[in-house]
Design a protein around this ligand. Structure first.
Ligand code: PRP
Length: 184
């Protein structure tokens, strides 16, 4: 594979693994302390978080279930309106359950702000947020992020599930892209 598109590796495979392990430990401790043996109902928003989720749940030593949602992306107007279309809804009820949303990245916060509004209407007992990457400087909608992997500057990043035009999700590290990639 040609890696000449990479500008800089921001987080190596080892750095990610160590941070994900520690997030799993934090989540385990938080739910044990606050909710005893009640299950964690993990909700992942497809698709960027799938690698993070797979690694993270193996470091959560607490009963849990996993469900997925998908929504339409920015091209369909989310960035302007804060409103998106649910293209895949949860397959099970979250009423009275403890929901932990797992995301790969939170940027403006508009996606999650919208999703949280929808999830609240389904009557969960609690909703918390876990994101691997937090691009906090771009935030528009304020969100209470309980578990955060890394804070990053306003760079566009790929790898470990994150893409550019659906490419490079398979990189085991997270990196920035050379400027010429965006020009093609
Ligand atoms: C990313 C990410 C979040 C959203 C965050 O998804 O997974 O869902 O953007 O951006 P925001 O905070 O500005 O709303 P993306 O649209 O890249 O789709 P993908 O997960 O399918 O790659």
């Amino acid at each position: 594979m040609d890696y000449s598109f990479i500008k800089k590796v921001l987080f190596t495979e080892e750095e990610i693994a160590s941070r994900v392990r520690s997030l799993g430990e934090q989540i385990t401790a938080y739910y044990r302390e606050n909710y005893g043996e009640q299950e964690i109902n993990i909700v992942m928003i497809l698709k960027g978080g799938f690698i993070f989720l797979a690694d993270l749940i193996r470091h959560i030593h607490h009963p849990l279930t996993v469900d997925f949602m998908a929504i339409s992306s920015y091209e369909n107007g989310l960035k302007d309106t804060g409103i998106a279309r649910i293209t895949m809804d949860l397959s099970t009820s979250i009423r009275d359950r403890n929901v932990l949303i797992v995301e790969d990245i939170i940027d403006t916060g508009l996606t999650l702000g919208y999703i949280i509004k929808i999830l609240r209407e389904k009557g969960p007992n609690s909703i918390e947020i876990c994101t691997l990457l937090d691009r906090a400087k771009n935030r528009i909608a304020d969100l209470p992020i309980k578990f955060r992997g890394f804070e990053i500057e306003s760079f566009f990043v790929v790898g470990y599930g994150l893409d550019f035009r659906q490419k490079w999700r398979n990189l085991p590290f997270i990196c920035t892209l050379k400027d010429e990639v965006f020009e093609t």
